[in-house]
Design a protein around this ligand. Structure first.
Ligand SMILES: NC(=O)c1ccc[n+]([C@@H]2O[C@H](COP(=O)([O-])OP(=O)(O)OC[C@H]3O[C@@H](n4cnc5c(N)ncnc54)[C@H](O)[C@@H]3O)[C@@H](O)[C@H]2O)c1
Length: 342
């Protein structure tokens, strides 16, 4: 069964997204066992779509989709998206598969590049064969260590092409270029959200670097030191999962979004130190804070300019940082956390 916190939060999505745009549609979700993908599956099934997930479970978790197994309109295919072949027909493909956390992609740089390059080509071919709409989960990391903040889509980015993050950043940049080419050469119906840090229930909490929000919550709840990389003055902008999912779904249902690359994120910028302090306050634990060397190429500031998303589909964030963080802490408390592991 889906847990209460998540099912209550669906109302936030339902109030903005039109279910009719998804009812009865055959939708393929790659990476559907992951954080964002599993939320999409829940919402799509709630809207009456038929959902097939392709996931190799490399970073995804069965517990995110266990409650959907055995339901009539849901199917899981355990496969690498790079090699997945099917004769089934889909009207919408949400290509979410990827290695999203720095810990994870730096340990698996080749698979990370392949998933973005070969996996995206495979999904573009499937979409072409099916005449399907393809949405690809890109990232704020295509901007690298951005010099313009808040960052608009028109900014080209400052990315180290051979640094420790390049497998992720350049992989996503290649995928964006590939999909623009499919749009131009074959008229493929693509939409490319550049997702900024999203958080909420089901965000993975393991890993020593990356996914700061869930890591800090877990560290605080288990009375371990909160590990900050650098001086904590670097910023991120945290978008609650229901706002992210709403943004993605509005992009799918909008005709005007065809061929567009659009930032999806919250533009309330916070320092990592502010985040740690807030989490300590909320969890009421007395964890200390420890500082560690800043990893190479870690972006100093990250904050989206969301004007394009607002104008294109009328999206506005619904959830404040305080509310979303409270909700996330509550969810993690109910999950009886264990310790942080690499
Ligand atoms: N969460 C964020 O804040 C964020 C920010 C920017 C971009 N994104 C992008 O959104 C997508 C989803 O991110 P998430 O946070 O849900 O991550 P996640 O790790 O929770 O989910 C990714 C899913 O993709 C699957 N996967 C990875 N490689 C695969 C492959 N080759 N074949 C099949 N399945 C594969 C994993 O098993 C996992 O279930 C990713 O593409 C990520 O790059 C996420």
């Amino acid at each position: 069964m889906m847990d209460n916190i998540i099912s209550q939060d669906f109302d936030k999505i339902k109030s903005t997204v039109k279910p009719e745009a998804f009812a009865g549609k055959k939708v393929l979700v790659t990476g559907g066992a992951g954080f964002i993908g599993s939320w999409l599956c829940d919402v799509l099934l709630g809207f009456g779509s038929e959902v097939t997930v392709v996931d190799d479970l490399s970073t995804g978790r069965m517990k995110n989709i266990d409650h959907l197994m055995g339901t009539s309109k849901f199917k899981l295919i355990k496969s690498d998206v790079c090699r997945f072949k099917t004769e089934d027909k889909f009207e919408v493909i949400l290509h979410m598969a990827g290695h999203a956390s720095p810990d994870e992609y730096q340990q698996h740089p080749i698979e990370t590049l392949q998933t973005s390059a070969l996996g995206t080509e495979n999904m573009a071919e499937l979409a072409r064969k099916n005449d399907a709409l393809l949405l690809f989960a890109s990232t704020s990391e295509v901007y690298g260590d951005a010099e313009i903040v808040p960052t608009p889509e028109s900014y080209w980015g400052k990315v180290n092409p051979i640094g420790p993050r390049s497998c992720y950043d350049e992989g996503k940049r290649f995928a964006e270029a590939l999909l623009m080419a499919y749009g131009k050469q074959y008229g493929l119906n693509v939409r490319v959200p550049r997702i900024f840090n999203s958080y909420g229930p089901r965000l993975r909490e393991d890993g020593l670097y990356g996914r700061a929000m869930s890591r800090f919550i877990l560290q605080a709840q288990t009375n371990q030191p909160i590990t900050i990389y650098g001086d904590g003055k670097q910023t991120r902008s945290f978008c609650y999962i229901t706002d992210t999912v709403t943004g993605l779904m509005l992009l799918v249902q909008s005709r005007e979004a065809k061929g567009e690359v659009v930032n999806v994120g919250n533009s309330q910028e916070k320092t990592i130190l502010e985040l740690a302090t807030k989490i300590k306050e909320l969890t009421k634990f007395k964890s200390s804070v420890t500082f560690h060397p800043l990893p190479k190429d870690d972006p100093k500031r990250r904050c989206p300019d969301t004007n394009k998303l607002e104008k294109l589909v009328g999206w506005k964030p619904n959830v404040s940082f305080e509310w979303g963080l409270n909700r996330t802490v509550e969810w993690f408390s109910q999950k009886k956390p264990s310790t942080v592991t690499a």
